[in-house]
Design a protein around this ligand. Structure first.
Ligand code: XUL
Ligand code: CO
Length: 436
């Protein structure tokens, strides 16, 4: 059965094309910065938004039907899996990501739920075999069910912790079985609403315990992928422990987990933390924990996670600049954790949205490559810090300068006489000149 019957394979037609169902900038086999665009960008489909989300919001019901011609919950789940592979094939997307509950609905008992997961995992496994599509990462939805109302790994109730561990065990097993390149922790409700009822120290200790157990168990069953934490400062809880990359790094280091985890950076989460997307990527890169990306964008006028498809080329360019500087993706990729607006309610809108996101990142990649090849930005930054290459600066860097020596140095020079301009406007001109 064909689920998107009116839509053919999306092909690169170039920017002159007026066919809305074509790529204008994403040319998968074209080489940019030494690899094909396909290899550089490693696009992934998010199962939850693309296959499941029906456009509900706080004020209204769904506007998009995603039952894929079935009525029974498990029949819908099966058809959804087949439809997912048709969609990936038509969009020429090589990877996908899922939560356990996206692929199969939860039943009354964990045993029955896991049996349902096995049924769908069989379909995913055989579809992957025949199509060559790959799993970028798997994860567990430990936030949707009401048992997780106070959190999962950070819940005050040990039975809830146990349930989360049992659920994650299964999610890790199916991720491993499907050859997943990654496993994500996103702390959906791992945070608090008020400190008046919260033992923050115990909650964080327990989260670390759950992560350590997960890593050890996954490695024991042969999981070879990377583990990621996906920082987000708030929503759904008022305060989430994985606030931003710097906060997560401190957490990982405190609990000795820093060698086991990298970051999955989401653009909209960065802006909710009052950072730029580039800032979060830079913190990850500088600390050797850059892993994967949830590609989307927020609305700067709104304070919540709108998960829009990325179209802002300035942002995608600076993102891909960081990715190229980090040496490119290894096990990670660009997962479109993005959904069409509630009013864009046809299957065609989903295709148009992915085309928008893939083209925006293709443009970003080309521009980032040009920024690096142009060299003016890198040269400017290198020269800005040139005082550390010799003399007193070199001594500061190699750790031989003492406070007394620095005092003597200053007494000798009198005062700082040169401070060169930061030339922000010049650099912004350079970026625009390269972009346009
Ligand atoms: C929520 C979010 C999640 C994670 C995976 O804001 O980004 O979908 O990506 O749990
Ligand atoms: Co995400």
């Amino acid at each position: 059965m064909e689920y998107f019957a009116n839509i053919g394979k999306i092909k690169y037609e170039g920017k002159q094309s007026d066919n809305p169902l074509s790529f204008k900038f994403y040319n998968p086999e074209e080489i940019v910065a030494g690899k094909t665009m396909r290899e550089q960008l490693k696009f992934a489909m998010s199962y939850w938004h693309t296959m499941c989300a029906e456009g509900t919001d706080m004020f209204g019901v769904g506007t998009i039907t995603k039952n894929y011609g079935a009525a029974d919950a498990m029949d819908i789940a099966k058809n959804k899996a087949y439809a997912a592979f048709e969609l990936m094939d038509k969009l020429d997307i090589d990877y996908y990501c899922f939560h356990d509950r996206d692929i199969a609905p939860e039943a009354d008992t964990l045993k029955e739920t896991n049996a349902r997961l096995d049924v769908i995992t069989d379909i995913l496994e055989s579809s992957m075999k025949s199509s060559g599509k790959k799993l970028l990462w798997g994860t567990a939805n430990c936030f949707g069910n009401k048992r997780y109302m106070h959190g999962a790994g950070t819940a005050p109730n040990a039975d809830v912790f146990a349930f989360a561990a049992a659920q994650i065990k299964k999610a890790v097993e199916i991720t491993t079985r499907l050859g997943g390149d990654g496993y994500v922790f996103w702390g959906g409700r791992e945070g608090y609403e008020t400190l008046l009822n919260t033992n923050m120290a115990l909650e964080q200790d327990n989260m670390a315990r759950l992560m350590r157990m997960t890593v050890d168990y996954a490695r024991s069953i042969g999981f070879k992928g990377d583990f990621y934490i996906e920082p987000k400062p708030k929503e759904p809880t008022k305060h989430q422990y994985d606030f931003d990359t710097a906060t997560v790094l401190a957490f990982l280091r405190k609990y000795g987990l820093d060698k086991d985890f990298k970051m999955n950076i989401e653009a909209n989460h960065a802006t909710l933390a009052a950072h730029t997307f580039q800032h979060e990527l830079r913190v990850a890169r500088d600390n050797g924990v850059f892993g994967s990306i949830d590609a989307n964008q927020g609305d700067m006028l709104l304070g919540w996670d709108t998960d829009q498809f990325p179209t802002n080329v300035y942002e995608t360019a600076l993102c891909m600049y960081e990715v190229l500087k980090a040496g490119g993706f290894t096990k990670g990729g660009l997962n479109f954790d993005a959904k069409t607006r509630r009013g864009s309610n046809t299957p065609e809108d989903i295709f148009l949205a992915y085309i928008a996101g893939m083209d925006a990142f293709a443009l970003g990649l080309r521009i980032a490559d040009k920024i690096i090849a142009d060299g003016r930005i890198d040269k400017f930054v290198a020269e800005r810090y040139a005082s550390y290459n010799s003399g007193i600066g070199k001594k500061i860097i190699n750790g031989t300068a003492t406070m007394a020596e620095l005092e003597a140095y200053v007494l000798n020079i009198g005062d700082v006489t040169t401070n060169i301009s930061g030339k922000q406007e010049y650099l912004e001109n350079v970026i625009n000149q390269i972009m346009f």
